[in-house]
Structures are given as structure tokens and as C-alpha cells.
Ligand binder design. Structure first.
Ligand SMILES: C[S@@+](CC[C@H](N)C(=O)[O-])C[C@H]1O[C@@H](n2cnc3c(N)ncnc32)[C@H](O)[C@@H]1O
Length: 191
């Protein structure tokens, strides 16, 4: 079964987007005046739809067509604009900003609960100079009380800022958030 098929099957019974990431919504002040955003592996679009509701032109990227369909339906119901792109963010050649529909890149990028280390190293290629990335990933400490996600989907303590090597850290924290141990990074593309 392909990765896309596996995630389509996981989303088979879903009909509504999951809630937006509170890590992102808690940073609403950083997004004021931000014209464009991209949510990478953004699932059923909860965060992307929240960004769109803030007046930000938002692109949701997913490998699961099923997840994109749920997000598109919710956008239509809520009267929100949402651009959707089906792409494999673990492909050997990662998609460029042009591939994803915006030649000059986005002013904000979100990557939440999706770990592919080369993608984090690539984030600066998807952002305009000065653009902000919001990255949220569970750490290995999460295994202390939660069996999932498995180790290969987890970052080591202190690892996340180094993975985003093209970006400057704005804020970084690690800790327990609603019963889950996460690394949370806001970082900026220099320039
Ligand atoms: C754990 S979910 C996280 C969804 C969302 N970002 C969130 O925080 O709720 C991981 C998402 O990554 C997507 N995904 C998995 N592999 C992918 C790939 N190679 N390229 C793009 N998306 C992928 C899945 O379809 C799924 O929606």
C-alpha cells in the first residue's frame, strides 16, 4: 500500500477537519499582516482553514487526496478560500515553491506533527526572505507516556532548531502540552 493510500484509509471515516494547532493560533500576533501561508502535511486542514479565516491566502499541501477533499469541503461550507496541492513531501526531490504554486514563496510555513528531516532543512526554500516557519513535532520524551507516534516520527531533545538549518530561531520551547511532549519552534528566513 502506498503512503497516500495508507493515509486515505486513515482518513476514510473522517468528515470534518481536526482542530487548528493551538501552537499556531497562539502566535496569531506574529501572523498579523502576513499575506500568504503554506501548511505542509496539514492533514484535513484545521490549521490551514484557521489561517485562511485570518485573511491569509493559504495553501494546504498533503499526500492524502481524502484529507484535501475534507479540507476543500469545509472551506466551501465556511466561505473560505483555500488552495490545495497534492504532493509527496518525502520525495527524493522535494517540491520547490514553484512546484507548489507560488514562485516567490510564502510569508509563513507550518509543519505540524510531520517529521521528514530533509523537508525541515528545505523550509527556507519555501519562504520569502523574512518569512516565518512554525514547526511542532513530538520528542522522544513523548514515549514516556504515549506509545505513539513511534520513535522514527520523533525528534531528539534539542534537535529541532538544528534541523531547520536555513532559518534563525525566533523562539524554541520543549515541554508537555496537553499530555504530549513536543518541540515547538518559530524560526525566520534571514533577509
Ligand atoms: C500526523 S498527521 C499531521 C496532520 C496535521 N499536520 C496535524 O498536525 O494535525 C501527518 C500528515 O502527513 C501527511 N503525510 C504523510 N506522509 C506524507 C508525505 N510523504 N507527503 C505529504 N504529506 C504526507 C498525512 O497524510 C497526514 O495528514
Amino acid at each position: 500500500m502506498s503512503i497516500a493510500d495508507r493515509w486515505d484509509a486513515i482518513y476514510a471515516d473522517a468528515s470534518e477537519p481536526r482542530p487548528a494547532s493551538e501552537f499556531v493560533t497562539n502566535h496569531a500576533e506574529l501572523l498579523v499582516g502576513c499575506p500568504t501561508a503554506i501548511d505542509l502535511a496539514g492533514g484535513t486542514g484545521g490549521t490551514a482553514l484557521w489561517l485562511s479565516a485570518q485573511g491569509i491566502s493559504t495553501t494546504l499541501v498533503e499526500i492524502s487526496e481524502r484529507a484535501l477533499g475534507i479540507a476543500r469541503d469545509a472551506a466551501a461550507e465556511r466561505g473560505l478560500q483555500l488552495l490545495t496541492r497534492n504532493a509527496d513531501l518525502e520525495a527524493h526531490r522535494l517540491p520547490t515553491a514553484r512546484d507548489l504554486g507560488r514562485e516567490q514563496g510564502w510569508t509563513a510555513a507550518v509543519c505540524s506533527n510531520f517529521l521528514h528531516r530533509p523537508l525541515l532543512d528545505w523550509l527556507d526554500h519555501l519562504l520569502v526572505p523574512g518569512g516565518l516557519a512554525f514547526v511542532q513535532i513530538a520528542t522522544v520524551d513523548n514515549l514516556l507516556i504515549n506509545a505513539r507516534p513511534g520513535r522514527k516520527y520523533l525528534v531528539k531533545r534539542g534537535e529541532l532548531p538544528d534541523l531547520c538549518s536555513g532559518l534563525e530561531t525566533v523562539s524554541f520551547e520543549e515541554g508537555w502540552f496537553a499530555g504530549r511532549h513536543e518541540a515547538r519552534l518559530v524560526a525566520r528566513r534571514p533577509g
